[in-house]
Design a protein around this ligand. Structure first.
Ligand code: ZN
Ligand code: ZN
Length: 153
């Protein structure tokens, strides 16, 4: 059995050809969150509704988490081993990590090592999701900018 099938099994998902294709496509994003449209472009052989159903299944089983980065498109990123988005029913803010939206390359990147700071919820409020998005220039774009500056010095 392939590594990807094993991974899906370990998450309680029966591996199918489509699920493995979607998982592989997500893995190739290297911590970047992608939209449905991005995935469809990569997975041209898979029909739209299958991609959609697979993403929802992955969400339920905490293979991916959702990111609302302010672009108006819901994005999906693979949960890392330390991702605790599915750890419990009653979420704490610190179960969610921070995301970074790069204004240059327009990628939305998971920062799994940075938990959202805990805020005491007012009484009677329960938390189901949290989106903490920082915007700016990612490391890759930063070094590109620095390089092009050097060229003209
Ligand atoms: Zn960037
Ligand atoms: Zn993330």
């Amino acid at each position: 059995m392939s590594e990807l099938s094993q991974y899906l099994n370990s998450k309680g998902i029966r591996p199918t050809a489509v699920r493995i294709l979607v998982l592989r496509a997500l893995q190739q994003q290297q911590q970047s969150a992608v939209s449905m449209a991005d995935l469809e472009e990569v997975l041209q052989t898979v029909d739209r509704s299958s991609v959609f159903r697979t993403l929802n299944l992955f969400l339920e089983h905490h293979v991916v988490h959702q990111v609302e980065d302010g672009t108006g498109q819901t994005k999906y990123a693979l949960c890392e081993e330390k991702c605790r988005c599915g750890a419990r029913h009653e979420h704490l803010l610190s179960d969610f990590h921070v995301h970074f939206y790069c204004e240059h390359c327009r990628r939305t990147i998971c920062l799994p090592d940075i938990a959202i700071p805990n805020v005491a919820m007012p009484e009677g409020f329960t938390l189901s999701a949290a989106n903490f998005v920082l915007k700016g220039t990612c490391a890759a774009c930063q070094s590109r900018v620095a390089q092009s500056k050097n060229k003209f010095d």
